[in-house]
Design a binder for this molecule. Structure first.
Ligand SMILES: Nc1ncnc2c1ncn2[C@@H]1O[C@H](COP(=O)(O)OP(=O)(O)OP(=O)(O)O)[C@@H](O)[C@H]1O
Ligand SMILES: N[C@@H](CCC(=O)O)C(=O)O
Ligand SMILES: N[C@@H](CS)C(=O)O
Length: 534
């Protein structure tokens, strides 16, 4: 049981804001947390039985990747992405995600789903086929966007997979917490509340890779001959690792882009955030201008030469979101209705789950994101946001190092990571009691008690556990064994919440919708792109 009364050194306790008043309010208003909205996006590479990247196209039986509601592709034709509809029930959401995995596993026949964030064996990055979305203008634009990503960042980095956790608090929370009357009149207040969450996420979100990072190692093929200054250890065969790393995916070697740090993005006001984001998609980049939008033969190379081709290219660890209308830019949706939910992008694929994520992680994120909303969050300049990267980098590269230190924002004062983590969990446990009281269970408190142990014993973290397996068998063989185990498991399991008829209907309707798009285009591609640049 978490020893809530354990005296934490005053110094450490001061590192996290005093949330006691807000927690007392929450304990007096448990109904405020009824109706949390959640959604999951999971990516995974299709691989051959030998662990090499598949060479086939997106299976026709899975319908149109452009229009399917649940099954699409991310960067590459072999990079599957599964999406669950927004759900208020954790078990139902995870069953929905598992049904998608069950269906796809049966449709993939001999191919498997890679169980790690960092890619499988890829001998030649140039053979990675960009995701194809057909001949409609929007379909061609999505593929050209990916061509630009390949030319800017390299295809290999874009085959890194993640879990995105989408989260929203119910209107009742905002009504009780901030006197909001309704979503429309309260959109400024609600947006300010989610921005407060985001600022705290930058300050304390390193706890996510510490607990759940699962990419301490990479296939040696990932470096593709590039030099790395990181002090990798190796099995002398196909695996490289850092002994105390948690998430190389979140490191500069992974799914990040340092050049984006100069965009002046802040989260103090929605208008300020949108202004900086819109500037980034309209500011030419010298480097990308030198590349040009077309090659000498007139082949498109990228959508444009701006720092970001479109807003999706901002690779932030968390994003404010609102469901967009057809053709609407994400930032315009935010300006129209304010922040509707947030997208947490820092979860690695969980290799201990056949669906890449488990209920413990969902419950932890609920607790942590509620805490981030309640805790004071002073405004942060763009420079202060950049300072938080120092902390995240320390955790992703050597978070499990004994006596690891952590600071907050740009402060030079360092604290024991373990003690700060335990101080945070003392608060999270109080949030867990409220959520559990609503459910009539102790599941959230159990998650707290289980996870807090990882601070005194880092061997309990996901990264330590998967690194042990990789040191024994190597990245490829460990990945193949897990992929085969999950393929067998998923193929044997009956569907729970989605029927075969649902999957068949989705596939047929998505193909029909894509065909309708292709037949309905009135502009040629150049005119279409020009109209989108508007
Ligand atoms: N109000 C909400 N609260 C929580 N989650 C939500 C809410 N509305 C939508 N979601 C979830 O957000 C996710 C949206 O994923 P989707 O891929 O459809 O859009 P996107 O992330 O904006 O697209 P892209 O991945 O191309 O950027 C889904 O999992 C959905 O369930
Ligand atoms: N594959 C990226 C996300 C791609 C995207 O931006 O949606 C990741 O590992 O999170
Ligand atoms: N989803 C990633 C790769 S296509 C992006 O939008 O940048």
């Amino acid at each position: 049981m978490l020893n809530k009364n354990k005296l934490l050194s005053q110094r450490e306790v001061n590192v996290i804001p005093d949330v006691s008043k807000a927690l007392s309010w929450l304990e007096a208003h448990p109904n405020a947390l009824k109706g949390i909205g959640r959604g999951i996006e999971r990516e995974t590479l299709r691989v051959k039985p030998d662990g090499h990247l598949a060479e086939s196209g997106h299976p026709d039986s899975l319908g149109s990747a452009l229009k399917h509601d649940w099954i699409t592709t991310d960067f590459a034709e072999t990079l599957l992405e599964f999406i669950t509809p927004v759900d208020q029930n954790i078990d139902h959401m995870l069953a929905f995600l598992r049904d998608i995995h069950r269906h796809v596993a049966r449709e993939l026949a001999e191919e498997r789903m890679w169980p790690f964030s960092m890619p499988c064996l890829i001998d030649d990055a140039d053979r990675i086929e960009l995701a194809q979305y057909g001949s409609s203008n929007i379909g061609r634009m999505k593929t050209l966007y990916r061509q630009g990503l390949k030319n800017r960042y390299g295809a290999l980095m874009q085959t890194i997979s993640g879990i995105h956790y989408n989260f929203s608090l119910p209107l009742s929370f905002w009504q009780e917490w901030a006197d909001v009357k309704d979503a429309e009149s309260g959109k400024e207040t609600i947006s300010a509340g989610y921005l407060r969450l985001i600022r705290n996420y930058y300050r304390y979100g390193w706890v996510i890779p510490y607990l759940f990072g699962a990419s301490p190692a990479i296939s040696s093929s990932f470096l593709q001959g590039r030099e790395s200054k990181l002090p990798f250890e190796t099995d002398g065969k196909d695996s490289l690792w850092l002994p105390y790393a948690t998430s190389l995916r979140l490191s500069d070697l992974g799914y990040t882009n340092k050049s984006q740090s100069g965009l002046g993005i802040t989260f103090n006001s929605l208008e300020g955030y949108v202004k900086a984001l819109k500037a980034a998609i309209k500011t030419p980049s010298e480097e990308y201008a030198a590349m040009g939008t077309k090659d000498a033969d007139g082949n498109w190379l990228q959508l444009n030469t701006n720092v970001l081709q479109i807003e999706n290219e901002l690779y932030a660890p968390i994003r404010p979101k609102r469901v967009t209308r057809s053709g609407e830019a994400p930032s315009d949706a935010l300006l129209r209705g304010g922040i509707e939910y947030i997208e947490v992008r820092s979860l690695d694929i969980n290799p201990f789950s056949a669906i890449g994520v488990d209920a413990n992680q969902v419950r932890f994120l609920d607790l942590f994101l509620i805490w981030c909303t309640l805790a004071d969050a002073p405004e942060m300049s763009a420079d202060e946001l950049l300072c938080t990267r120092k902390n995240w980098n320390r955790v992703v590269l050597e978070g499990r190092k004994p006596n690891q230190k952590i600071s907050v924002g740009c402060s030079e004062t360092e604290h024991s990571l373990v003690e700060v983590g335990k101080a945070l969990f003392a608060d999270l446990h109080r949030v867990a009691e409220v959520l559990d009281s609503n459910q009539g269970s102790t599941q959230y408190q159990q998650v707290c008690d289980q996870l807090v142990a990882s601070f005194d014993d880092p061997e309990l973290t996901y990264s330590a556990r998967i690194l042990q397996a990789i040191k024994e068998s190597g990245v490829t063989d460990t990945g193949i064994a897990l992929a085969e185990q999950y393929r067998h498991m998923l193929c044997e399991e009956p569907l729970e919440v989605i029927s075969e008829e649902d999957f068949t209907r989705q596939a047929l309707e998505s193909v029909a919708a894509q065909k309708k798009l292709e037949e309905g285009d009135t502009l040629d591609f150049e005119a279409y792109l020009a109209s989108r640049e508007g």
